[in-house]
Design a protein around this ligand. Structure first.
Ligand SMILES: [Zn+2]
Ligand SMILES: [Zn+2]
Length: 109
């Protein structure tokens, strides 16, 4: 059974990863899969412990693109920015503790 694109009358070739709506080649938008800040931290931590060599690949390589519809793509882009911000804040907090604590102890002691 051929599916019809949700945005036009063309035959759909794929579906949106998030909402599963049918999309034709014109209306599909390829994007990176969404990774939450928590997942990013967990993956980074486990990779750093198990295989530090591939950590750079993991962080800087492009992920496999997955199909999205226009609205999900937009939604995810906004969410991704929020998650990246959370990740950065978390990273800064960890750094503040790692650097700040010895400095504080030196000053006090
Ligand atoms: Zn279409
Ligand atoms: Zn969608």
């Amino acid at each position: 059974m051929a599916m019809t694109c949700t945005a036009c009358d063309a035959t759909a070739s794929t579906t949106c990863t998030v909402c599963k709506s049918a999309l034709c080649a014109t209306h599909v938008q390829m994007g990176q899969p969404f990774i939450s800040a928590r997942q990013l931290v967990t993956t980074t931590a486990t990779t750093a412990l198990r295989a530090p060599g591939v950590l750079a690949d993991l962080l800087f390589n492009e992920l496999d693109m997955v199909p999205y519809c226009a609205s999900c793509r937009e939604e995810l882009a906004a969410k991704r920015t929020g998650e990246q911000l959370k990740f950065l804040i978390g990273l800064l907090l960890v750094l503040a503790v790692v650097i700040g604590l010895p400095a504080y102890l030196m000053l006090v002691g």
